[in-house]
Design a protein around this ligand. Sequence first.
Ligand code: FEO
Length: 170
Amino acid sequence: MDAKMVEAINDQINFELYSGYIYYSMGTYLSDLGLSGMTQWMIAQTQEEMFHAHKMLMFLCERGERVELKAIDGPATSWESPLAAFENALEHEKIVTGRINDLVDMALELKDHATANFLQWYVAEQVEEEASVGGAADNLRLIGESGNALFMLDKEMGARVFTMPAAGEE
Ligand code: FEO
C-alpha cells in the first residue's frame, strides 16, 4: 500500500478511538443526569466506535502494513443539556463522514481499489451513524421540556445493545 494511504488509515483508527472516547464521556455526563437508558445508548455507541477502529486495524494487519496507535485527544466532559450532547454527536459524525469520503478519494486517486472497496463498508455505516444520532437529537428536540417524555425516551434508548458482527457479516 502507498505510505500516504497507510498513514491516513492510521489517523482514522485514532479518530475512531477518539470518537469512542467522546461517546464514553457523553455517557458519563448522561449518567450524572440519571438518564441510564441514554448512558447505555452511548456505551453501545462507544463499542461501535471501537469496532470501527478494530476493523481498520485488522485491515492494515491483513495487508502487511504497520499499525501505529497514537495518543487519543481528551474529549469534552460536559454539555449544556442531553440535546446539546446529541447535537454535538451529530456534528462529530458529519466530520467522520467527511473523513471517510476523503479516504475513499485518496484510495481512488492512488488506484488502490482494495482499500476503496474496504472503505465502502464505512460509507454505508456513516449513513446509519448520522441517522441514529440525528434521530435521537430530533426526539429530544421534539419532547422539549417534558419530563414524562424524557423518561419514556430514556427507557426506549436503553434497549440499545452493541452486537459484534460475525465474520463476513460486518
Ligand atoms: Fe465510527 Fe461513528 O463513526
